[in-house]
Every structure is written in structure tokens, then in C-alpha cells.
Design a protein around this ligand. Sequence first.
Ligand SMILES: *Cc1c(COP(=O)(O)O)cnc(C)c1O
Length: 385
Amino acid sequence: MIVDATARFSTLCIHAGQEPDPSTGAIITPLFQTSTYVQDGLGRHKGHEYARTSNPTRAALEANVAALEGGSHGFGFASGMAAINAVMTLLAPGDHVVVTDNTYGGTYRLFERVLRTTGLDFTYVDTSIVEATVAAFTDRTRMLFLETPTNPVLRLADIAALSAAAHTRDIVVVVDNTFASPAVQQPLLVGADIVLHSTTKYLNGHSDSVGGMVVVRHAPHAEWLTFYQNAAGAILSAFDSWLILRGTKTLAVRMAAHNRNGQIVAEYLSTHAKVERVHYPGLPAHPQHVLAQQQMRGCTGMVSFTVGTLDRARTVLEQVRLFALAESLGGVESLISHPATMTHASVPVERRDALGVTDSLVRLSVGIEDVDDLRADLEQALARL
Ligand SMILES: *Cc1c(COP(=O)(O)O)cnc(C)c1O
């Protein structure tokens, strides 16, 4: 390794896990698009035998993201959901998990429709309240599964306080860090045990790959996931690994631009007469603004706001030109979406209302275009209300 863990974040983004290719000197880790590796003789090989088990491109990405999160090992999976499913195999039937109540819809579906049938039990709580979270722990609780900030109303969980409380009961703390990325917060460094990502979002950052990553810091977790990744086989492909490695190189500069544009757009919306309410941890009016300043370095490009009615939301969603109407987030281009009918359609309406996912809520993934163009686009769309 040409850098060690003492290097600063943006240096790690570019160099961690990567060395010039020993056979050619290529500065970029090659795309090892191969299924197998020729062995020198029986039992003599160069460290790789079969590409499900190991691939040098994937290994470079795994080492890179592990360094960015401050963990010991990374594991690449075929999607964010496959990464979450992998982490849940650390549990056994009868185990109980406390989960952030407005967790990603796909996570809720996996837990309720798939993993409940295998004997796991889940309780959903508002993890923005430490006492409410601790009150949900039972003698069977083995894991605390946090998402912070949450989608789409951007509530925060205090990772350090919750990790300390969970560890007094030997509860493993898992953080889905997809919405923040390690440029904004590094949960393992403040007490969490496992971090996972949908690399589809900020880590890859260019809307051209689907993938997932798990980073751990305890040897037993690393041992199990090494075994499980190969045994179950939902690995990240070499090509996706190569694309995401290109994405993480610019993570520090992209997140700085997302943070800046997100803050400016949130401030603009919060003073707009046609906008009812803005959710953004970087605004002083956010209920956890103080925690955001302690826990996060910038508040990302995720902003959501309400405009009163579904019809008015539809007008904004259909009149913007630069913001593309699409699911997903975290790419360099700005997206706009309607959580109630798009990402949260499978959540029952009472539950949606309780979580603040109302019909007039609009979600932005603010990209890194010139922020004056983004503001002008929102201005012309809001002017039609
Ligand atoms: C997108 C997303 C996932 C799922 O990831 P996929 O790559 O789509 O499987 C999980 N958690 C969060 C917070 C997400 O945004």
C-alpha cells in the first residue's frame, strides 16, 4: 500500500487499496474480467483460484472503502439489498432487531416479507430519540439497525450515544451509511460495529452501477462475511467494482459540492413563499441541527419539502427541467421524486403519514451542477403554483 491509515480522507479516496499494477505499471487497478486463474502447479497459485471467491478488482475496492470507513475489512455485494441481507445472516432464529422506523422501503420489505419467515423479529422505533430506542431493547435484541439521515424526511440518529447504550447489552450496531457516505460521517469511528452501503448512490456517484458494500471492524464479523460472501455468492461484479473505484476517487470533492449545493437549495426553499416546510439537517430549524453539526461534515445533497397538496407537488415535479423525475439518489445529476407514490408506495398510508411522507412531500437529490441553474429551475417551477 502506498498510503497507510494515517493519510487524510481525500488521499485515502484516491490511493487506499490501490497500487500500480505489478505486471504493467498501470496506475489504475485493471478490470480483471476473468472467471478463473491459472495455477502454477497443484496447490500452488497466486492467491486467487476462482472469481466468486476473490477478484483483484473487487479486492481493491473492498480495501478502499474499508479504509474510507475506518474499518478492517470490506465486502462487495451485488446490490445494497444483498449487502443488508448478508449482514442479517450474522443473526440466528429468535433474535430480535431494533430498526429505525422510516428505514429504506426495500429494507423494510426484506425484514418483514423475507427475514421474518426465517425466525427473526423486528421492532421499528424513532431512533432520533435515544430513550425510545433503548426502551425497545429486549433480552433477545442482538442488533440495532440504524439509518441516518433517514429517507425522505432526514431525521438523524445519534450514532455515538446509541452505540454506547447498545454495547452495554452486547447489541451489535449496524449503520446504513448510504445517505451520508464516509465523507460526511464515519460511524465505525464513533462506536458502530458494522457499516453498509448501497454503492449505487453516493459512493459510485455516477448513476451507472448497482452495488453494495459491508465494512466491519471485528474479526468474527470479517470471518463470517468472508465465508458467507463466497458461500452465498451474491458478489459485486468486477466491472461494477472498477466503476465504483473510479467513483470513490472523487468522493471527497463530489460530497463537498453536494453539501454546498444542498445547503444553498435548502436555504432558498426555506424562504420561498410557496413552500410550506423544508427538511434539511443543515437548517437551524431542523429539530436535530445541533446533532448534525456534531456528527456530520456537511449535510449532503438530500433535501425534501412540502408544498401543501398532491396537485401542487405534481406541478413542481412535472415543471422542473434540469431536475430529472427519477428514483435513486447520490449521482452528479440532480433528481426529483415523489416519495409517497414512488419510493414509499408499498408503505401503508397511515404509516406514511406518521413518518411525514405526506402526499405533498417532494424529495430532491441535489447534484453538482451550477447551483444558480438549479435554483432558477426550482424558481420557474414554483412560480406556477
Ligand atoms: C438504495 C438504498 C438501499 C438499497 O440499495 P440497492 O443498491 O438499490 O439494492 C438501501 N439503503 C438505502 C438507504 C438506500 O438508499
